[in-house]
Design a protein around this ligand. Structure first.
Ligand code: WTA
Length: 637
């Protein structure tokens, strides 16, 4: 097994070694995996391209490492524990042997339906075991999976299907989430009706058994396709740098981009980071509450834990159903040892009161994790005291879809954990802070833009179908550095505290949303002339979405208009991108070159109208006053 750091001295030693001789460090980490052919060279890189390759010449299949490799030693150990939406439902479990058999059967079914190496398969599914199984089945045969969060709209789904030119969509009939019963197949049908010419098959898993529309030319049932399939399937041997998956994520401009991860480096890094950040021990039960539609679910529900031979929990439902004690009920019932969730969930549960958490026995918990957004001190302390009873280290893990794995984080019982600090980079990760001109800011007690100056195995390789975009977004801002889009502070002890995005990306309940995407959606409304979207602080969601909209004269009923805007955004992107505030404005503050001054709009949305700075150089300074008056009314409502 890969390295597991046990004390701070060892951390310092490994860190120093990883900087001094990265090739040797990563060579050692990669040794514990099963490679069909060893690599010839550890890394080659050039951030100008970018052109980054890890474990060059190595051949492998990641599922052999997730599954086959464990069969001799852990064949009867539970690999996957699945907890259904209904609290009185039955927990399902799969041993490594059973999971291996299911993955092979599914892989054989995919093959029989014409899916092979390099083909793209889109998943649009709830959190059922078949999602994890399907993803691994793709990896088994070298097909590229792209999971789309099942809360996105038909339009958003169609955009992703077409960008990936996917050959197959795998979905379910309906999705149970809390009290809701969501018609998933219907969304896929709608996306297909919008035009997804590359799709040959829609494979539908029967989840609730409710009736769905059926197109016999394209639609196939999962259970029928799996019937009688063999429980073994020869893995397709992949090159280290062959594509493993595409995951779409929002940026500051345009449509979401497909972040590409490759087989070898992603495998090594997710296992390595999982073992260290959660200090997983052989009999532990590990639970990450994320959805597999996001990177956290990929790396720390599916790949990382299975690579490490862990028991990983997957939960179908939501934290507040049937009540706000559901997470803790599951921790108690399954005797969870490591628990990993998002600050927004902690804040939401904290707001419901302590009695829900006090009801349950949480004595098995050893490590608590958070991810996705900055955690505020109040939520951190509640998590520490009420959930961890003051005896579980909290790992505030900073990373991104693009980084593939956790980058800056405490290691439990190794690193000090000052609240709200992601603290220190894992060995192998070389972060730095730069100023606006790209000069590295040395020393401690400083603040700047967070960059990474040396490659790591699970880093983004390209944005699917548009390498230039990858270069522009991440590698062109500062020479020879990967730019994260985040601002950070380094304290006197050299520990990092993530401040948040410095670009036009907002983080709503831990979900990344591009302001441009929301604006484009709003602009689809016939009566919208122009819009500008910014983030503002929100007690539960971390950030809320604030939309300023200029309408044409056809809008007579503002209330009705707001509702229509929400519908348009839900249709174009999905409910997660719905604005929390909509203000109809007579104009938007613009520079003389016509650029919207978002800084001013952000300040107004924050309710901080006292320090707007000099607005006299604007093209239209008078609108600032008008927006301010409107905003005050808005925020009081
Ligand atoms: C933010 C999620 C503060 C950050 C794994 C980053 C965080 C974006 C933290 C990536 C953290 C993630 N503290 N902010 N511990 N973790 N972020 O791609 O702004 O969905 O750039 O990946 O989330 O979001 P993504």
């Amino acid at each position: 097994m890969t390295l597991q750091i046990k004390n701070f001295k060892q951390y310092q030693k490994e860190y120093a070694r990883s900087v001094k001789n990265p090739e040797q460090f990563w060579h050692d980490q990669a040794l514990s995996f099963y490679w069909r052919k060893p690599w010839k060279k550890v890394v080659e890189w050039d951030f100008k391209g970018p052109d980054v390759k890890w474990f060059i010449g190595g051949k492998l299949n990641i599922t052999e490492n997730c599954l086959d490799r464990h069969l001799a030693e852990r064949g009867d150990k539970v690999a996957l524990l699945w907890e259904p939406n209904e609290a009185d439902g039955k927990t399902k479990s799969y041993t490594y042997r059973q999971l291996h058999a299911e993955v092979c059967k599914t892989a054989n079914a995919l093959k029989a339906n014409g899916i092979g190496k390099g083909d793209r398969v889109i998943f649009y599914m709830p959190m059922v075991p078949e999602l994890a199984i399907g993803v691994l089945a793709c990896a088994r045969i070298g097909a590229v999976h792209s999971v789309v969060f099942a809360g996105f709209s038909a339009q958003a789904l169609a955009d992703r299907v077409n960008d990936a030119t996917a050959k197959m969509i795998i979905c379910s009939d309906f999705n149970k989430r809390g009290k809701k019963n969501i018609p998933v197949k219907k969304v896929v049908d709608d996306a297909m009706a919008m035009g997804c010419p590359s799709v040959e098959t829609v494979l539908c898993h029967q989840n609730t058994g409710q009736e769905v529309d059926w197109n016999p030319e394209i639609d196939k049932w999962w259970h029928e396709e799996l019937k009688g399939r063999r429980t073994s399937c020869k893995p397709t041997i992949m090159d280290s740098e062959d594509m493993l998956f595409i995951l779409y994520t929002s940026g500051s401009t345009g449509k979401p981009k497909g972040v590409v991860h490759t087989c070898g480096g992603y495998m090594v890094y997710t296992c390595y980071s999982f073992r260290n950040v959660f200090q997983y021990q052989e009999d532990d039960i590990y639970w990450c509450t994320a959805d597999i539609g996001w990177i956290t679910g990929h790396s720390y529900i599916v790949y990382g834990p299975l690579l490490a031979g862990a028991t990983t929990v997957m939960f179908e439902g939501v934290p507040t159903y049937p009540d706000a004690g559901r997470f803790w009920e599951i921790c108690d019932k399954l005797k969870v040892n490591q628990f990993y969730t998002a600050p927004t969930a902690i804040r939401a549960l904290m707001a419901r009161g302590d009695e829900y958490v006090e009801k349950y026995d949480l004595s098995t918990l050893k490590v608590l994790g958070t991810v996705g957004e900055p955690i505020n001190a109040e939520a951190w302390h509640w998590y520490d005291e009420k959930v961890g009873k003051g005896r579980c280290p909290i790992v505030d893990t900073w990373w991104q879809t693009e980084t593939g794995g956790i980058m800056i984080t405490p290691i439990p019982n190794v690193t000090e954990t000052p609240p709200t600090f992601a603290t220190l980079p894992l060995p192998g990760i070389q972060p730095c802070l730069v100023d606006k001109d790209g000069n590295e800011i040395a020393g401690n007690d400083v603040e700047g833009l967070l960059c990474i100056k040396f490659p790591w195995p699970s880093m983004i390789r390209t944005t699917y179908g548009d390498h230039e975009r990858c270069r522009n977004v991440y590698f062109s801002a500062f020479e020879n550095k990967y730019f994260t889009g985040d601002g950070a502070r380094r304290n006197k002890d050299g520990m990092y505290r993530i401040i948040g995005r410095v670009d036009d990306v907002i983080n709503v309940s831990g979900h990344r949303i591009g302001t441009a995407e929301v604006e484009n959606a709003i602009n689809e409304h016939d009566n919208v002339v122009e819009s500008a979207v910014v983030g503002y602080p929100h007690d539960i969601k971390g950030q809320g979405i604030y939309a300023y909209i200029i309408t044409n004269e056809n809008v007579t009923d503002e209330e009705a208009f707001r509702k229509e805007v929400l519908q348009v955004v839900t249709r174009e992107i999905g409910p997660i991108a719905k604005p929390d505030m909509i203000q109809v404005v007579p104009g938007l503050p613009k520079t003389r070159s016509g650029k919207i001054m978002r800084r001013i709009l952000r300040k107004i949305a924050e309710g901080d109208v006292s320090k707007l700075g000099d607005v006299s150089t604007l093209l239209n300074p008078e609108v600032v006053e008008q927006i301010k008056i409107g905003a005050l009314v808005e925020l009081k409502e």
